[in-house]
Design a protein around this ligand. Structure first.
Ligand code: SF4
Ligand code: SF4
Length: 395
């Protein structure tokens, strides 16, 4: 049975962009720029030498996720928001992580999901249920498919580790119908495992968002969602005792013949990734860091890739552009696709009237800025911009 949720959008057919299931590695550039994640504090200074894998920004709380350098080299600049490291090209490794308990190890290794939420916190919560998200719900992205194909052994090892760490927890592995063949090795290996259950969920966007996946699959409140890459990283960290310093990123878009997947050192700039692509068919008009649904168009190709960037899209088609002015035609389509049950069309009207009481009544603060409404809007109204402004007005 296919499990689904109210609202959402079918954001596009991914099959024509299948990558051939290879994860390419990309070398670190001469200079890496590491944005300091929220909840971390830099612990290095300009002029200091660092080793590959060394923690450069430490988590402020015991269940967070620290940040480590992907290379050895010299710190050129360190501020509260960014650390710049000049790569010496020697890749001199730091000592392995020593923490004995799993939560400290995951924190020091900097394991997070693609939203930046730490694995240490999830494990520390000791949930009754882990949902493993093998869900690909966005146009162009093939990260999960590549990971299921290339890192199935790490995935299976990650499940076994979770079972060991959280002795009483059950595990539900969720896949979308188009990924079932890639998950076959995993389902065969775990078929006899009574603590593991497989479910098929819809590929509608935003099915992969943790709160939507929870809502779709369970009523259990003691529940944590672990991503495919996050699970593989948990396994890697326990096996190697080295921190996570690379991100799996899809390079795709309508300027490419097919999607390509790379393992990218944190701090690598977008231009380095784009240069590594081999299947371009035309020059992009727009480059988006993140997804077409809620990513950011970027104009500075030196913008760095961090642990929350899962895709870089090169786009030519104007399908996803917004109109210059907002001209809502009151068609009501946005109301039908909102997963939170909001009425974006009414929110726009209240916002334009500066009607904060109505904005509050319409629960504007519940908007997750998922972008479903703007994706479906025939008038191409820039809904995310208006919705965010409306949230600020209503605060
Ligand atoms: S962006 Fe907000 S209003 Fe629009 S569909 Fe998503 S949650 Fe609903
Ligand atoms: S989908 Fe666009 S045009 Fe239709 S009601 Fe919503 S904002 Fe207005």
């Amino acid at each position: 049975m296919l499990l689904t949720f109210r609202g959402g959008v079918d954001a596009g057919n991914k099959s024509e962009f299948l990558s051939g299931s290879v994860i390419n590695t990309i070398g670190a550039g001469e200079t890496l720029v590491l944005p300091v994640p929220f909840g971390c504090t830099p612990v290095v200074e300009a002029g200091e030498r660092v080793l590959a894998g060394q923690v450069v920004a430490v988590s402020d709380n015991e269940y967070g996720a620290s940040l480590s350098s992907a290379v050895s080299g010299t710190v050129v600049k360190a501020t509260a928001s960014r650390i710049t490291i000049e790569n010496d090209g020697e890749n001199t490794l730091c000592d392995r992580l020593e923490a004995d308990d799993p939560i400290t190890l995951l924190r020091d290794a900097g394991v997070t999901d693609r939203f930046g939420f730490s694995a240490a916190q999830k494990v520390a919560n000791a949930p009754a249920l882990y949902i493993i998200s093998c869900v690909e719900d966005q146009p162009y992205m093939v990260n999960v498919q590549a990971l299921l194909s290339c890192r199935a052994d790490e995935f299976i090892g990650g499940i076994k580790l979770l079972e060991k760490i959280s002795e009483n927890a059950h595990i539900v592995i969720c896949t979308t119908p188009d990924l079932s063949e890639y998950a076959s090795k995993i389902s065969e290996a775990l078929m006899e495992d009574e603590r593991v259950q497989f479910l098929t969920v819809s590929g509608k966007y935003p099915q992969s968002w943790p709160h939507i996946l929870k809502r779709t699959v369970t009523t259990e409140e003691s529940c944590e969602v672990i991503g495919t890459e996050e699970l593989c990283n948990i396994y890697r960290v326990f096996k190697t005792r080295m921190p996570v310093t690379e991100k799996i990123v899809t390079l795709s878009g309508d300027c490419m013949r097919r999607a390509e997947v790379f393992s990218v050192p944190y701090g690598t700039c977008v231009s380095t990734l784009i240069k590594a692509g081999t299947s371009f068919k035309r020059e992009p008009l727009k480059v988006v860091k993140g997804s077409v649904m809620n990513g950011d168009a970027i104009y500075n190709m030196r913008s760095p890739i961090d642990r929350t960037v899962s895709s870089v899209l090169t786009l030519f088609d104007h399908q996803h552009r917004y109109a210059g002015e907002s001209h809502c035609i009151s068609c009501g389509r946005c109301d039908n696709v909102c997963p939170e049950g909001l009425s974006p069309g009414s929110i726009i009207k209240a916002y334009k009237l500066n009607d904060t009481a109505t904005l509050s009544r319409l629960s504007v603060s519940s908007c997750t800025l998922c972008g479903c409404c703007s994706f479906i809007c025939p008038a191409r109204v820039n809904l995310p911009l208006i919705l965010r402004s409306a949230q600020l007005m209503g605060e």
